[in-house]
Design a protein around this ligand. Structure first.
Ligand SMILES: Cc1cc2nc3c(=O)[nH]c(=O)nc-3n(C[C@H](O)[C@H](O)[C@H](O)COP(=O)(O)OP(=O)(O)OC[C@H]3O[C@@H](n4cnc5c(N)ncnc54)[C@H](O)[C@@H]3O)c2cc1C
Length: 484
């Protein structure tokens, strides 16, 4: 029997595995994380903390398959701009068909009824008119918000079903894949225990599926085969996590949960957009060990009185600069340096007035994350902040109050994406039998399309096993950018 290694059991890996369960191939799954049943619960959920600490919480960190365990918002619409670029790769209908499978799977495994957020005709007229008057563009989307509290049950239930049909699967939890090399037409996987190393092993495989997420993107670039891949430089998003009152945004929250609103900065022509809204949610640190970003999540049952969402400015670079990830990480580290090691928070009114925030005592908006008060403009490029302020002023026309002085801005909220890797429609790279899926391929930017890319790869591999497809050339590749 042929052997397949799947590295990374996050959102994309799980759905690839769903396809491969019971197939005529011996599957070995490697993940640095512990078994799903043991993935770290949030210390706030456990009642050990009241607010997130500025550092040292791994609940949201990469390595915990963040988005499908944390907040777990799933975009269900095949869009050319939201959630990734699979629309460019496979087209609208095939993408929508796969997203429908993702929707059905999640809903079947949910412990409670999870409503699909779907704007109706009246909602669409409402937002189109207001967005146009504000100079913004609205992009349609349907979504599921599962909530951090339902995520463990859903993921564990999907995995248990896979195990029932997957006698061909062996799991290597708490195992870090150190390297993947090519040995002729095969792949050599070198791995060791993650928490207690000292038992390094190497095994050969016929198929390789890499689903290491954004957290594994740098690791990917260090692999010997990386130079043989067909790649384009990626993009970065530099932005702010905005925290404001849920009462300012309740009308859009009620109608859309998260309306995708795009804006082009008058100042710089940069595209500015919102991302990851968490009505009545919490701002959280996202600990990358050598720097700390901010993020946000919300729960189905426990609610705050705030809304948080990211406002991001997308940047791509041309020659000679080739390392956008280093650029965004450097900005993040400067923010952390100013804050004494964690995130910074500043009132919008103070940022506009060019002064640092000294205290949040008596501020209308109470923060859900304890962060150091300071001056973000000491670390962020002016064009980025100017675009963000313009965006908030435009949004204020739709959600009056959002651009008020008391609104809180947390930094750094930076997202760097891996290089764009050329793949066929089933995510096979130009190296035969090497599939790269999910965010580490750069084709996806969220749980919906990451899981879809897993389904595509799983199906593609099954077809190869039954010889429906013979190895061929990479058919689909382009450097077009899209946002999530
Ligand atoms: C805090 C946070 C919240 C988010 N919330 C949302 C949300 O609500 N909705 C949404 O759509 N998106 C969200 N995202 C984005 C979302 O997490 C990703 O788009 C999605 O998880 C990508 O899936 P993936 O399979 O590519 O990677 P991941 O889900 O990150 O999985 C990667 C897996 O690979 C493993 N791994 C990595 N390197 C190795 C190695 N060398 N050896 C072994 N295992 C390895 C990791 O342990 C992990 O399990 C969020 C991201 C963060 C950080």
């Amino acid at each position: 029997m042929q052997r397949l290694a799947l590295v990374g059991l996050g959102a994309s890996g799980l759905f690839a595995l769903k396809e491969l369960a019971g197939a005529d191939v011996e599957v070995h799954v490697f993940d640095v994380g512990p078994n799903y049943a043991k993935r770290y619960p949030c210390p706030i959920d456990q009642g050990k903390l009241e607010v997130c600490p500025p550092k040292a919480c791994s609940y949201c960190a990469p390595g915990q398959s963040a988005g499908s365990w944390n907040d777990f918002k799933v975009i269900l619409s095949a869009s050319p701009v939201i959630g990734g670029r699979l629309y460019d790769l496979i087209g609208e209908k095939p993408l929508q068909d796969k997203l429908d499978i993702v929707r059905k799977t999640i809903l079947e495994h949910a412990p409670v009824e999870i409503p699909v957020v779907k704007p109706d005709k009246e909602d669409l007229e409402w937002i189109t008119k207001r967005a146009t008057l504000a100079g913004m563009t609205y992009h349609y989307q349907e979504l599921l918000h599962c909530g951090s509290d339902n995520a463990p049950a859903i993921n564990t239930s999907i995995l248990n079903e896979i195990k029932e049909t997957g006698s061909n699967i062996e799991f290597h939890w708490d195992t870090k894949v150190l390297s993947v090399g090519r040995r002729g037409e095969k792949f050599a996987v070198n791995y060791d225990r993650y928490r207690n190393p000292g038992d390094e092993k190497e095994e050969l495989f016929d198929f390789m599926v890499l689903s290491v997420g954004r957290g594994g993107a740098h690791w990917l670039t260090q692999q010997e085969f990386y130079k043989d891949l067909d790649i384009y430089p990626g993009q970065v998003d530099i932005g702010i996590r905005v925290e404001t009152s849920c009462y300012f945004t309740e009308e859009v929250d009620k109608r859309f949960y998260e309306p995708k609103l795009y804006y082009t900065s008058r100042h710089s022509n940069d595209v500015v957009r919102n991302f990851c809204s968490n009505p009545r949610g919490y701002v959280t640190p996202e600990n990358h060990r050598d720097y700390v970003l901010v993020n946000g999540h919300s729960k189905m049952f426990e609610k705050s009185e705030n809304n948080n969402f990211a406002v991001l400015v997308s940047k791509t670079f041309t020659r000679p600069f080739k390392d956008p990830q280093l650029y965004s990480q450097t900005i993040a580290k400067v923010v952390n340096m100013l804050a004494g090691g964690g995130p910074l928070v500043q009132k919008l009114g103070d940022l506009r007035a060019g002064r640092r925030t000294k205290t949040l005592a008596n501020n209308l908006i109470k923060p859900t994350l304890e962060a150091e008060c300071g001056d973000i403009s000491l670390a962020y490029p002016h064009r980025i902040l100017a675009g963000i302020i313009e965006y908030l002023d435009a949004l204020d026309k739709i959600c009056p109050g959002v651009a008020g002085d008391a609104t809180l801005l947390f930094a750094p909220e930076c997202k760097s994406y891996p290089d764009s890797i050329s793949v066929k429609k089933d995510m096979e790279t130009n190296i035969p039998n090497l599939f790269i899926i999910g965010d580490s391929s750069s084709w996806t930017r969220g749980v919906g399309q990451a899981t879809t890319s897993g389904l595509l790869a799983g199906e593609g591999i099954k077809k190869r096993l039954t010889r429906e497809i013979l190895p061929g050339k990479v058919a689909a590749s382009n450097g077009k950018k899209a946002a999530s």
